[in-house]
Design a protein around this ligand. Structure first.
Ligand SMILES: NC(=O)c1ccc[n+]([C@@H]2O[C@H](COP(=O)([O-])OP(=O)(O)OC[C@H]3O[C@@H](n4cnc5c(N)ncnc54)[C@H](OP(=O)(O)O)[C@@H]3O)[C@@H](O)[C@H]2O)c1
Length: 383
């Protein structure tokens, strides 16, 4: 039986609905389709919408909120500071508020840790650093036009760096998370510091491999729900907010209809990533250079190697599958500097392979990229 969507408490005492509607439409914009999706979501019980300046659809999300007839204080609206605005936080925030046509924003996130000026992506030590940007975001709270601030795509090191210098602890860290990427260590760190994880792409975006996993299917059948509902229920039951996107009425209703999983079922889903080839990001922004939006995995402190496969620290390897269609077996060139990044990108992982793991040492040797450098970057789309 479906249980109502709970609210989680943020570290500032405010509440956030545990499921939100993601508003990234697969490309910048979306116009009336976003408005229709948000209007339908609100009619079907959603009270949390997740957009971003970079999605190019704040106007339409705001219109759906304003025209919903639902009191403003019952809807939780998140938007995000885009990378090329870290040096002008106040102006960017006012622009988003204006685009949304709302009196206030519930949650404003630093979308990515890297600042970008025009086409140049700055290194972690260049101004504005994450700390510089965060200090400007803290000032926004004083205006009363934003209730909470948070970060997104922060790995452990950038988060610790921010925590050591911030006055206001972020209420959330929005990161990709689903059964293939449970981010257990990051989640622990966040929990120790009162930071809620918000799971983006909780269905794996367009690469929903874990929905076809036999354990997921079995659990879904036993509750007479879909594997997607199992994934949403697992996300919420483990204490993370999930923001699935669906423009389809039936699927959006499914995603907000949660079931209670047993401890054994929770453990099975939490362990799914241990299956060969499964511990990985499922997004398309990973590509050959091992660079995401201009920063290396090392700069981001994402525990991954090329293609977004997570390095198993215990065994010093990436667990690969011989049969999994997305398994990773590639000889990549040695690069002395991060390559130019062009978006949108396509997934280019090759399948095949005979050995079950690749030693970490050879990964490091082949992927050493500079720690700080300004990278030429042309952003054409964002998530
Ligand atoms: N902070 C960041 O950097 C960042 C990055 C990525 C995403 N996000 C946020 O997270 C949100 C969600 O992530 P996402 O849009 O990347 O991916 P997602 O929610 O994991 O997956 C969306 C895809 O799954 C399909 N889908 C939805 N419900 C389904 C169901 N019950 N069964 C099967 N398929 C289903 C959708 O198609 P239909 O619409 O046809 O149902 C759509 O193609 C975004 O919209 C955005 O708000 C944030």
């Amino acid at each position: 039986m479906a249980t109502p969507v709970p609210y989680f408490s943020l570290n500032n005492g405010l509440k956030i609905p545990a499921i939100g509607m993601g508003c990234w439409m697969g490309d910048v914009g979306g116009g009336p389709a976003v408005e229709e999706m948000c209007a339908n979501a609100l009619k079907n019980g959603y009270r949390h919408l997740d957009t971003a300046f970079g999605y190019g659809n704040e106007e339409h999300v705001g219109k759906a909120v304003r025209e919903s007839g639902i009191p403003r204080n019952e809807i939780f609206v998140t938007t995000k500071l885009w990378n090329d605005c870290h040096h002008k936080v106040k102006e960017a925030f006012e622009q988003s508020l204006n685009n949304l046509g709302l009196d206030y924003i519930d949650l404003y996130l630093m979308h990515w840790p890297m600042a970008q000026i025009d086409d140049i992506v700055l290194g972690p030590e260049e101004h504005p650093t994450i700390v510089d940007t965060w200090k400007e975001m803290e000032k926004l709270l004083e205006t009363g036009k934003v209730k909470s601030i948070g970060v997104s795509n922060f790995g452990i090191k950038p988060l610790k760096r921010l925590l050591s210098q911030c006055k206001v602890v972020p209420v959330t860290n929005q990161v990709e998370s689903h059964p293939c990427l449970p981010y257990l260590e990051l989640k622990n760190l966040c929990e120790e510091n009162g930071i809620l994880i918000t799971a983006y792409s909780p269905l794996g975006q367009s690469n929903r491999v874990f929905l076809a996993d036999p354990d997921m299917i079995k659990i879904a059948e036993s509750h007479q729900v879909t594997p997607a509902q199992v994934a949403m229920s697992w996300a919420v039951q483990r204490g993370t907010v999930a923001i699935p996107k669906s423009a389809n009425l039936e699927r959006m209703r499914q995603n907000i209809s949660l079931v209670t999983l047993s401890d054994k079922e929770m453990d099975l889903v939490t362990s799914l990533h241990k299956k060969p080839g499964m511990h990985r990001s499922l997004l398309a922004y990973h590509h050959d250079g091992g660079v995401v939006f201009g920063w290396t995995y090392k700069q981001l402190d994402w525990p991954m190697d090329k293609g977004g496969f997570v390095i198993d620290q215990e065994n010093n390897c990436i667990l690969r599958s011989k049969t999994h269609p997305t398994s990773f077996h590639r000889k990549w060139p040695v690069t002395s500097q991060a390559p130019l990044t062009h978006f949108p990108m396509t997934r280019q992982n090759q399948c095949s392979g005979s050995s079950p793991s690749i030693p970490l040492t050879s990964f490091c040797a082949q992927t050493s990229l500079p720690l700080t450098s300004s990278l030429q970057l042309k952003i054409q789309s964002s998530v």
